[in-house]
Design a protein around this ligand. Structure first.
Ligand SMILES: NC(=O)C1=CN([C@@H]2O[C@H](COP(=O)(O)OP(=O)(O)OC[C@H]3O[C@@H](n4cnc5c(N)ncnc54)[C@H](OP(=O)(O)O)[C@@H]3O)[C@@H](O)[C@H]2O)C=CC1
Ligand SMILES: O=C1CO[C@H](CO)[C@@H](O)[C@@H]1O
Length: 394
C-alpha cells in the first residue's frame, strides 16, 4: 500500500540556504530517490509547497529548478497566512531571516503543524525558550537544523572518540572562518548577505556560529560549563547587495574559550576576516594522551602517540621536521550523504512516528543561550557560567 505524501511548506526557500541546502540538496533529492525509506522498508513520499514574498523567485524555483531536478514543477504561493492555516500542510519549515522565525513557528505550531527550521531559532534566549515552551504545550513534532553533526569530518571524529583513540581527552581547538569580501574589491562582491553584518537585522558571528558550537561541542565532548569570549567588528563598513555602503554593527569575529564540565578546554576562533591557511574552512583539533586528530568538513587526519615526532626549539636552524608528516588521513568507509538531507530524512521519519529526533527547539534554545552568554562575556569582560551546563536535552 502506498503511503500518503507528507506536505511540507517551505518558507525562506529563495535564500541561500533555503534554495541550495534545503530545496535542491534535501527535499528535491529526497523526491528524486522516491521519498524517505522507513524502518519497515516502505517509502514515505513528500510534497513541498514553496512560500515567500517574491513571486518571480518562487516561480523559478518551483518550475525551472524543480523541473531540472525532478522532471516536474511543484506548488508555490505568496500567501503565507493561507499556508499557515492550510490543514493539508503537515510540516512548516522556515529558513528565512532569523528575526521572522519565532512568530511564524509559533503560528504554525498553534495550527498543529510539525515545525522544522534553520538556526538560530531566535536571536535572544527568552524568545527561544518561549518557542520551546509552545512546542511542549502544543505537543507538535519540532526540530532545528544542526547540520554539522552529520558532516563526514565530524562523523569521523565521533568514531575516534567512541573507539577510545584519544586516550584521555585534553583539549579541543576549532578554527572557523575565511575572508568574506567586503564589496570594496572591484569585481569581487561579498559572498554573504549584508544582514549578516548588521546586528539590528539578526546578524553577527556569535549568534550565527555559537549555536553550531553548542550542539557540536555538546555532542562530541560534553556540556559547556562556562565561556570566556571576545568579539569584535573588524571591518566597519561593507557594500550591500544594491552596491551601497553600510555600517557594520555586528561582530564579524569572535574568539572564545569554552570550559567543559568534563574538564576539557575547547577554544574556538570564528572569523569572517581571516585568510585560510589550514586544511579546511572549519578544522577541529582534538588532543589526547594517546593521539590527536584534526577534522575538516569532510576529512580527518590522525597522529597516534607512537608516531608523534619530538620537536626541539631551535630558531637558529631551519625547522628539520615537516609537521604535516606523520599524520594519517582516515579512509571513507561509508557513504556520506549531504548533512542537511540526512537530518531532513530523520525529521520526516520522526513526523511519521518512525524515529526519535532529539534535535528539538528546546535543544536549539541551548545554542541561543550560549550565544547570549558569549555576548555577555565579551561585554562584561569576564567568564560567564552556563546555568546547569549547556545541553542538548529535549
Ligand atoms: N545551517 C547553516 O549552515 C546555515 C544557516 N543559516 C541560517 O539560515 C537562515 C537564512 O540565511 P541565508 O540563506 O544565508 O539568508 P538569505 O539572506 O540568503 O535568505 C533570506 C531568506 O529570507 C527571506 N526573507 C528575508 N526577509 C524577509 C521578509 N521580510 N519577508 C519574507 N521573506 C523574507 C528571503 O526572501 P527573499 O528572497 O524574498 O528576499 C530569503 O528567502 C538564517 O537564519 C541563517 O542563520 C545561514 C547559513 C548557514
Ligand atoms: O554553518 C555555517 C557555515 O558558515 C556560515 C558562516 O560563514 C554560517 O552562516 C553557517 O551557519
Amino acid at each position: 500500500m502506498n503511503l500518503e505524501p507528507l506536505k511540507i511548506a517551505m518558507h525562506g526557500v529563495t535564500g541561500r540556504m533555503g534554495t541550495n541546502q534545503h530545496l535542491i540538496r534535501s527535499i528535491l533529492a529526497i523526491i528524486r530517490q522516491g521519498g524517505v525509506q522507513l524502518s519497515s522498508g516502505q517509502w514515505q513520499p513528500i510534497e513541498p509547497i514553496l512560500v515567500g514574498r517574491n513571486a518571480e523567485k518562487l516561480k523559478r524555483l518551483a518550475v525551472t529548478v524543480a523541473t531540472e531536478e525532478i522532471g516536474r514543477s511543484i506548488e508555490w504561493t505568496t500567501d503565507l497566512d493561507a499556508v499557515l492555516e492550510d490543514q493539508s500542510v503537515d510540516i512548516f519549515f522556515d529558513a528565512s531571516s532569523t528575526q521572522m522565525r519565532p512568530e511564524l513557528l509559533r503560528k504554525a505550531m498553534q495550527q498543529g503543524k510539525s515545525v522544522y527550521c534553520e538556526k538560530p531559532i531566535a536571536i535572544d534566549p527568552d524568545t527561544a525558550a518561549q518557542l520551546a515552551e509552545v512546542a511542549h504545550q502544543t505537543g507538535v513534532k519540532n526540530g532545528a537544523v544542526q547540520d554539522k553533526l552529520w558532516l563526514p569530518g565530524i562523523r569521523k571524529l565521533r568514531m575516534l572518540r567512541d573507539q577510545g583513540f584519544f586516550g584521555k581527552m585534553l583539549s579541543v581547538r576549532g578554527e572557523f572562518g575565511y575572508w568574506v569580501f567586503t564589496g570594496h574589491d572591484g569585481d569581487q562582491p561579498a559572498q554573504r548577505p549584508s544582514w549578516n553584518y548588521r546586528s539590528e537585522d539578526g546578524g553577527g558571528m556569535m549568534i550565527d556560529m555559537f549555536c553550531h558550537w553548542e550542539y557540536l561541542i555538546n555532542d562530541l565532548f560534553g556540556p559547556v560549563e562556562r565561556v570566556l569570549a571576545h568579539a569584535t567588528t573588524e571591518v566597519p563598513e561593507r557594500i550591500d547587495e544594491s552596491g551601497a555602503a553600510y555600517r557594520c554593527t555586528a561582530d564579524d569575529a569572535a574568539y572564545a574559550i569554552f570550559a567543559l564540565q568534563s574538564g576539557v578546554t575547547c577554544q574556538f576562533n570564528s572569523s569572517w576576516t581571516t585568510r585560510v591557511r589550514r586544511d579546511d574552512l572549519l578544522t577541529i583539533q582534538v588532543d589526547g594522551t594517546e593521539g590527536s586528530a584534526v577534522a575538516g568538513l569532510r576529512e580527518c587526519w590522525i597522529q597516534g602517540a607512537s608516531v608523534t615526532p619530538m620537536p626541539t626549539w631551535n630558531p637558529d636552524v631551519p625547522q628539520p621536521i615537516n609537521f604535516y608528516d606523520n599524520w594519517q588521513q582516515m579512509p571513507n568507509t561509508t557513504e556520506y550523504d549531504n548533512a542537511f538531507k540526512v537530518q531532513w530524512e530523520l525529521f520526516i521519519r520522526h513526523c511519521v512516528g518512525d524515529a526519535e529526533f532529539p534535535w528539538t527547539l528546546a535543544s536549539a534554545a541551548a545554542g541561543v543561550r550560549l550565544a547570549e552568554a558569549g555576548a555577555r562575556s565579551a561585554n562584561e569582560q569576564k567568564w560567564i557560567s552556563i546555568e546547569g551546563g549547556s545541553s542538548n536535552v529535549k
